[in-house]
Design a protein around this ligand. Structure first.
Ligand SMILES: [Zn+2]
Length: 308
């Protein structure tokens, strides 16, 4: 199965939905580290979530979910662009038992979801929106559902499944109507919402992972007016590049860059998303700080590579 996302509409119920399935990209993302099972699980769920959210927002840019934890998982960051490029990585310390619950993975962690508009399409500098999402829930999905309920006043429900081959996700969201704009759902809308979510609750994780979108939606919603939109394809793609690394070193300044070269012989930079290793030597540094080099005006910090 390829990596794709479908939007759909349950027209008579006034509910929109999305379904995502990640296979090849999930394999590639798992290659970046030998993840303990519990970490792999939450990383897969996070990838499904950013893929679903990036599509539901219908913007041009990237959506990043980042958790900074204390321990055992110190960092998890996943990103999806509106074009369908996804990437992600997690870092942890020590041994993590397979059955470690979500609530014990990140310690006193914080979760931030940020949205960055593509500066090219906006013809101006990139703009960032950040939201702090509480980590107090018994799963990543539960945290997001609570966030939507609190901040967006939108009924949202997520069903996620992860194994070592694939990741799958289903999302339902009530469509705000004029009547509900300032109020919660009315009785009819509540019934519709309950009906749709109870049906989705009947899906097993195996079914979510293995069924294609048409079979799955037919099984759940064959009695509803279902409109299924064309697939959007997704892929693993890291946006790191030598140019971005050059810009980052340039931003350090010539004196600091030379000091690092003096100390270590080379400057080594690892991309945190794909573990690609970049090495700059004395000649590279001389080239960077010669007159010919002009860095772009904005430095992309989204990669936050680590110089060492
Ligand atoms: Zn990379």
């Amino acid at each position: 199965m390829s990596d794709k996302l479908h939007r759909f509409l349950l027209e008579n119920l006034n509910i929109r939905g999305e379904w995502v399935s990640l296979n090849n990209s999930w394999q590639e993302i798992q290659n970046s580290a030998k993840y303990p099972k519990a970490v792999r699980h939450v990383l897969g769920e996070a990838l499904a979530i950013v893929s679903l959210l990036a599509e539901s927002l219908k913007f041009d840019g990237s959506l990043t979910l980042q958790i900074r934890g204390t321990q055992p998982v110190t960092m998890l960051v996943v990103q999806a662009t509106s074009e369908g490029d996804i990437r992600g990585i997690a870092k942890w310390q020590g041994e993590i038992l397979d059955n470690t619950p979500f609530s014990e993975l990140f310690g006193a962690g914080t979760m931030v979801i940020s949205i960055e508009n593509n500066p090219k399409s906006e013809a101006r500098k990139s703009k960032q929106y950040q939201s702090l999402v509480s980590l107090e829930g018994d799963s990543l999905a539960a945290c997001l559902i609570e966030y939507f309920a609190q901040s967006e006043q939108l009924e949202t429900q997520l069903w996620l499944a992860v194994d070592d081959k694939s990741v799958a996700g289903l999302m339902l969201q009530s469509i705000p109507t004029e009547a509900t704009a300032n109020d919660s759902l009315d009785m009819n809308e509540k019934n519709n919402w309950n009906h749709a979510t109870i049906l989705a609750d009947s899906l097993s994780k195996d079914e979510l992972l293995s069924l294609d979108v048409k079979t799955l939606l037919h099984r759940l919603y064959h009695e509803e007016d279902l409109r299924l939109y064309n697939a959007k394809s997704l892929r693993f793609k890291c946006s790191c590049s030598q140019t971005k690394i050059d810009r980052m070193i340039y931003a350090l300044g010539e004196a600091d860059a030379n000091a690092l070269i003096q100390e270590q012989g080379t400057i080594d930079v690892d991309c945190k998303f794909c573990n690609k290793h970049y090495v700059l030597d004395q000649v590279d540094i001389a080239r960077l700080f010669s007159k010919g080099f002009t860095p772009q005006d904005s430095i992309d910090n989204s990669d936050q590579p680590k110089v060492h």
